[in-house]
Design a protein around this ligand. Structure first.
Ligand SMILES: N[C@@H](CCC(=O)N[C@@H](CS)C(=O)NCC(=O)O)C(=O)O
Length: 218
């Protein structure tokens, strides 16, 4: 029952899955994608031509994309957490997981990574649109998040695994600010969770990778 996990400590989608793995105490071999381990990138690329991470290998089988990886862990390596509860609660979890991935994480990637494009091929219109949709996502969350402590209430779920890295990094790019106290308090609760604090700490040495420069907080 050996699990190999390909990812990088500073990557938001990697952190999303690490939170689930660590919170359950699931053993795995961590294959970090970096310059010191070219064989890890080569294996990732062989298994998934897009070479996006994270990627999980379970007994030789590739499991691709963060949400299906957590679903796979939930089904085959069940720990103490109920990542996707049954019934309506599960539907709310899946919706919020999609929401954080799509409207927070992907908008943040779009706006944040544009600066790495070669001069002349940047997309200022797309960046402004992504930032505007990020603010719209914050406003929606401010109006619709429940009282917590977690995304759907008392149970820490897949939705919180997605929320933690997305809100962590998105706030660096576009501050949530004091006008959204409920969302700011949820982000603070997530960052105070010991497993999420570990994910943030393991990413700390790589903060110089943040394209716009990491702010001096968190
Ligand atoms: N939808 C994917 C997104 C994965 C993704 O965007 N990963 C980023 C790191 S956070 C990546 O692989 N970046 C490297 C690249 O695009 O070459 C998931 O849920 O896993």
């Amino acid at each position: 029952m050996s699990l190999e996990f390909f990812g990088h400590p500073f990557s938001s989608f990697t952190q999303k899955v690490l939170i689930a793995l660590w919170a359950d105490g699931t053993p795995f071999e961590y294959r970090i994608i970096d310059e010191e381990h070219p064989e890890n990138y080569a294996e990732l690329k062989r298994r998934w031509p897009f070479a996006k991470f994270p990627l999980l290998v379970d007994e030789g089988e590739s499991v691709i994309e963060s949400t299906p990886i957590i679903e796979h862990l939930h089904a085959h390596h069940r720990g103490q957490n109920d990542w996707i509860p049954q019934g309506d609660a599960g539907r709310r979890v899946r919706f919020l997981d999609r929401f954080f991935d799509t409207y927070v994480m992907e908008r943040m990637q779009k706006a944040g990574l544009d600066i790495l494009r070669p001069e002349g091929s940047r997309d200022p219109f797309g960046v402004e649109q992504a930032r505007s949709e990020l603010r719209m996502a914050y406003d929606w969350l401010e109006a619709n998040l429940n009282q917590g402590p977690w995304a759907i209430g008392e149970t820490f779920t897949l939705a919180d695994c997605a929320a933690a890295p997305s809100l962590f990094y998105a706030d660096w790019l576009e501050e949530i600010g004091p006008s959204r106290p409920r969302l700011a308090a949820y982000r603070a609760r997530l960052l105070a969770h010991p497993i999420i604090a570990r994910a943030v700490d393991e990413g700390r040495p790589y903060r110089h990778f943040f394209p716009m420069g990491a702010p001096d907080r968190d």
